[in-house]
Design a protein around this ligand. Structure first.
Ligand code: SF4
Length: 223
């Protein structure tokens, strides 16, 4: 069970500063060296580049897929395909019945279909990895690479923090990796189907998320 001691917080601050210009592979190597297999990756299956990097260094890493019951069929099929083809160690979380009364687009829906299931899935882990990038949105522009995640009570590692969409595209192309099938249809950031449309603003990948709702984040990455 991780505890945020002053020594650990100092260690994370030093690591965060050290990784300011580091490649994701270096950050991942430190993560698995430091925390062993006590690490989980919260994967949307849009983040194939990072999933590929992780499977190369630690193939049995627990991959947590938050099944909200609202994903596109294409997302579900693609997740199953990669799990099978790559032999991934996937844990699928499901919402409880308490989520039923809360419609998509409400904060309570994300809390019960994403935040609470993730909290249960990472309980007792030392660290979790995300594919967040500072370039994703203004709300993420100053996020740290390594830090203590007060909300879930473990270390949070963002190896792609300094990457751009072009960096991801280059990695996918140069490694001949499959892409989420909806990308080829014009979608650019894919969440639950009821609130995901193609980008509404040119150049703003996430402008098609929570269309029509007063939301920018699902709550997983807010303090
Ligand atoms: S995106 Fe919509 S359906 Fe998915 S968890 Fe959030 S509010 Fe619910």
């Amino acid at each position: 069970m991780p505890i945020s001691t002053p020594e650990l917080l100092d260690e994370l601050s030093v690591a965060d500063a050290r990784f300011a210009h580091a490649a994701p592979a270096e950050i991942l190597a430190w993560t698995f060296d430091r925390f062993g297999d006590d690490v989980a990756f919260a994967c949307s299956f849009e983040d194939v580049a990072l999933l590929d990097m992780i499977r190369r260094v630690a193939p049995r890493t627990e991959v947590i897929f938050l099944d909200t019951r609202g994903h596109f069929p294409e997302t579900m099929a693609f997740a199953q395909r990669l799990e099978d083809e790559w032999g991934l160690n996937v844990t699928r979380t499901l919402p409880g019945a308490d989520a039923d009364p809360w419609p998509c687009g409400t904060q309570r829906c994300c809390e019960l279909r994403k935040v609470a299931p993730l909290a249960r899935a990472v309980a007792g882990k030392a660290a979790w990895i995300t594919s967040l990038k500072r370039s994703d949105a203004p709300t993420r522009s100053s996020m740290r690479i390594v830090h203590w995640d007060e909300k879930f009570g473990l270390v949070k590692v963002n190896p792609l923090a300094t990457w751009s969409d072009d960096d991801v595209a280059y990695y996918l192309g140069s490694h001949e990796l499959p892409e989420h099938p909806l990308w080829s249809q014009g979608y650019a950031s894919i969440g639950c189907a009821p609130v995901t449309v193609k980008p509404l603003v040119d150049g703003d990948r996430r402008s098609g998320r929570w269309a029509g709702a007063d939301k920018e984040e699902c709550g997983l990455h807010e303090a």
